[in-house]
Design a protein around this ligand. Structure first.
Ligand code: WT7
Length: 604
């Protein structure tokens, strides 16, 4: 058990610092020294690389272990509810991904082509991700709980050439729109040997790949560090989802942070609860941990407190990376439940995605004997940027300090947010505790390299050599970063970013809806839930029945991003340019004075 002391004399924060004595010397060593001496070049040197300065994520994550002492170590252990656990060693994962890469080659997939996944967390998902990267394809993971609308939109925007999915998702979410997706040449269905018309069975694809391997041998496309590797969709306030493009060089940051922040080392059993449809489940559910040679545990089941404790205990998980919503759901069930199980192997617990309540940091101590270490990053940053690293004092409520190799600041845009950024006019706020927009100095390896098809929006995200994150924060005198809020209208529900525009657009398709404004309504468990304010067309009555119908209409089209609540409002507030003022709707919902729209309005 880690010993811990609480130092009540800390002046800078409302809560006392939590100082724990790690049981194992953290890999980060002396934090301050690490930060001084760290360079991205030295981080890169810890990886293998490929001849001629090439670099490939899948090589670093799998192949380089498959020929060394870790060949027979378990890389991946997939748990399922009501089905047997499956395991792949690094050697097996290397061969399976070779086969998948060969199958892509055999079916005409070229370097740079987009391969999308819409899959439950199981072997095929992991093989597809890593096999695609080996084949120099660009992997675009979709969250399996998305409804048909978000799926269609992302497949279309990404011009996906291949989709790997299961039969039910295909029939319900893709087949009805297949005709509108001209780029989608091939759909692979993993869970049947009798695939729906227009699709191929996974088993058939593997047969093709194996044949091709025999005929042509393993093929290692030599990717350059700057070649695109991942396409992650994320949401802004306005317009369509943004496709954040990441390159193979990102693996340098995945590896370095998996080492220094998550403290991962060979022999660890590691569980990241995020789905690979989101960036956390990709960077830290697959890539980072595998580059560190650990055993990655995944579970295809949904959240269940008892099951989670059981997994932590029975799998002897050593490092656990999860989200505040999940921690709050565990907390709600009480620590007695936590104490029905034992976690002698657990060494480090971390969280990401939304504000982590100070109570949750401390609850970690109560439940596991370990405080929860908050980390901050975004889809665009590709890897952890701010963190409470193991062995350093935690200030509960703070996200921690910038990780080695990363500089952050809080900035003020000029008087007119938009124009100022175009003019590169930003001011760094040096005053400790001044609130501004959190920014990261551009140039780290996992920095997104484009918003797909939107160079202007990409350019607008940078000013004076800083990447502007859209988050508001303050930095205290000791460099700890405190999250204040979002600078825009995006919604954070259960750690997932939801674009209000995407939800509004889907609801607008209902015949009764004249106009709609969507906000995040504060929720004690999920942080926020999606709430829609709807103006009805003439001739429609605001009945509870219509309310239910709109909710089910939303759920059917949008899946997990659908509004939980619909309120009728025949008098939505508008800006002078005629847009619904979500900010005002939110102020009203929160019972704030309507004039108090203090958060900055910025484009995103
Ligand atoms: C946004 C990014 C990559 C992490 C998963 C989400 C919010 C993230 C924290 C934190 C408070 C946080 C921010 C950020 N966020 N981590 N520790 N404390 N807020 O990636 O979907 O791109 O969301 O999540 O608002 O900008 P994402």
């Amino acid at each position: 058990m880690a010993s811990s002391t609480v130092d009540a004399s800390t002046p800078a924060t409302a809560r006392p610092e939590v100082v724990t004595e790690p049981r194992t010397e953290p890999l980060v060593g002396d934090w301050a020294q690490q930060r001084r001496h760290f360079t991205w070049e030295s981080a890169r040197a810890q990886l293998d690389g490929l001849p001629g300065g090439h670099l490939n994520i899948a090589h670093e994550a799998v192949d380089r272990h498959a020929t060394g002492p870790l060949a027979d170590a378990v890389a991946l252990r997939c748990l399922h509810r009501g089905a047997p656990t499956t395991e792949l060693t690094y050697g097996e994962l290397s061969r399976r991904t070779d086969v998948f890469a060969a199958a892509l080659r055999a079916t005409g997939v070229r370097a740079g082509d987009v391969v999308a996944t819409l899959l439950p967390r199981g072997e095929e998902l992991y093989v597809t991700v890593l096999g695609t990267l080996k084949a120099a394809g660009v992997l675009s993971p979709l969250f399996p709980a998305f409804g048909p609308e978000p799926v269609r939109e992302r497949l279309s925007l990404g011009r996906a050439r291949v989709l790997v999915t299961d039969a039910v998702s295909y029939e319900r979410k893709v087949a009805p729109f297949r005709g509108t997706l001209p780029h989608l040449a091939r759909v692979v269905v993993v869970d049947t040997d009798d695939p729906p018309p227009g699709t191929v069975a996974w088993s058939e694809l593997e047969r093709l790949g194996a044949q091709d391997l025999v005929a042509h041998g393993t093929h290692r496309p030599l990717t350059r560090p700057d070649d695109p590797a991942l396409l992650h969709f994320t949401s802004g306030t306005t317009g369509r989802p943004k496709g954040a493009v990441h390159v193979h060089e990102a693996v340098v940051a995945h590896h370095a942070t998996a080492r220094l922040v998550l403290d991962l080392r060979p022999g660890d059993t590691y569980w990241c609860t995020a789905d690979p449809g989101w960036v956390t489940g990709m960077s830290y559910g697959i890539i980072g941990p595998l580059t560190r040679g650990v055993t990655v545990v995944t579970d295809s089941a949904d959240f269940d407190a008892r099951r989670w404790y059981q997994v932590l205990q029975d799998e002897r998980v050593t490092v656990f990376y999860t989200a505040p919503t999940a921690l709050r759901m565990l907390m709600r069930q009480g620590s007695d439940l936590a104490h029905e199980y034992r976690y002698p192997a657990l060494r480090h617990v971390a969280s990401v995605g939304e504000p982590l309540n100070p109570e949750a940091v401390l609850w970690g101590l109560e439940a596991f004997g370990l405080p929860v270490h908050d980390t901050w990053w975004q889809t665009e940053t590709g890897a952890i940027m701010v963190a409470n690293v193991p062995g350093t004092p935690i200030r509960p409520g703070s996200m921690g300090r910038p990780v080695p190799g990363i500089d952050v600041a809080v900035l003020q845009r000029g008087p007119d947010g938009r124009a100022a950024v175009q003019d590169d006019a930003v001011t760094v706020l040096h005053d400790p505790d001044a609130v501004g927009e959190l920014a990261v100095r551009a140039g780290w390896p996992s920095m997104f390299r484009a918003y797909l098809d939107d160079p202007e929006r990409y350019a607008r995200a940078f000013a004076d050599g800083w990447y502007l994150t859209g988050d508001l924060a303050r930095i205290d005198a000791d460099g700890y970063v405190w999250f204040v809020g979002r600078a825009d209208d995006v919604i954070k529900s259960a750690g997932h970013l939801i674009g209000p525009f995407e939800v509004e657009s889907a609801l607008m398709e209902h015949e009764a809806v004249a106009e709609v404004g969507v906000i995040g309504k504060p929720d004690p468990l999920a942080g926020e839930v999606v709430k829609a304010f709807v103006t009805l067309r003439a001739g429609y009555e605001p009945t509870p029945r219509l309310q239910r119908e709109l909710i089910s209409f939303g759920r059917h089209r949008l899946g997990s991003v659908a509004p939980r609540e619909v309120e009728f409002d025949q008098d939505l507030p508008h800006t002078r340019s005629g847009k619904v003022m979500r900010r005002l709707l939110r102020a009203r919902e929160l019972g704030l004075p309507e004039g108090d729209l203090s958060t900055v309005e910025t484009p995103s």
